[in-house]
Design a binder for this molecule. Structure first.
Ligand code: ATP
Length: 215
């Protein structure tokens, strides 16, 4: 049995302690390493304030000093929209057929999964780890429930025994922090201390894109 590799995507505009803590808790729950994958052109979202290179630099700085969570820039190296199925297939080609791969999604993203491109194929390439914050319950449409029910396992360790195909809920902390709030604090001239990794405050250039923008 091989340890799983988990993938956690986001805009990370900028990365904050909510992202880091959730990725860390998923790593612990799954006994996995986690790749944090910044999106190039998120299909369902407005464009980020910071450039791809700036967001990647923030992520790499925030992750310095440990090896369990790693920044992965594969979506930034691709032109056009970052379809999750393509990212997973890319990673699968790299890892080989046997290693368990886990796509981590928030409960809200999980509920919207049937709108994703080639969504049913996601289960063929990876397991799905649904990050569930206390008090939050994903509402599943009939088609999602139908697809997920036979795949659901209660124990995250079951994901070690197969490369793909299971669905597991992963309970994570509900930290009241968002990138929107951090951008607002920076635009207002305040310092988001304790909401982002300390290292991001040490170098004024890193968060500069948000201080000068109107976001
Ligand atoms: P924005 O405020 O710009 O919408 P965000 O803070 O939600 O951004 P994203 O990069 O869009 O950050 O989020 C990436 C992933 O991290 C999503 O799955 C999202 O649900 C999750 N996430 C964001 N903030 C938190 C948090 N405080 N706790 C747990 N998960 C979070």
């Amino acid at each position: 049995m091989t340890r799983p590799l988990a993938l956690f995507g986001g805009t990370f505009d900028p990365v904050h302690v909510g992202h880091l803590r959730v990725a860390w808790e998923a790593a612990e729950a799954l006994d996995a390493d986690v790749r944090l994958v910044p999106a190039n052109v998120p299909p369902h979202r407005p464009q980020p304030v910071a450039s791809a290179a700036q967001r990647l630099a923030l992520l790499e700085r925030a992750l310095a000093g440990q090896s369990r969570l790693v920044a992965d820039d594969r979506e930034l190296r691709r032109d056009g929209p970052s379809w999750t199925i393509d990212t997973l297939l890319d990673l699968r080609a790299e890892l080989g057929a046997a290693q368990p791969l886990v796509l981590l999604v928030g409960a809200d993203a999980w509920a919207g999964l049937p709108t994703w491109r080639r969504w049913r194929e996601l289960f063929e390439v990876a397991h799905l780890g649904v990050l569930t914050r206390a008090g939050q319950r994903a509402v599943e449409s009939d088609e999602l429930a139908h697809e997920a029910a036979p795949r659901r396992v209660a124990d995250a360790r079951a994901l070690h025994a197969a490369p793909a195909g299971h669905v597991v809920d992963i309970a994570v902390s509900a930290l009241d922090v968002s990138a929107t709030r951090i951008r607002a604090e920076l635009t207002a001239g305040r310092e988001p201390r304790w909401l982002v990794a300390e290292a991001l405050l040490a170098d004024p250039a890193l968060l500069a894109p948000y201080r000068t923008s109107g976001a």
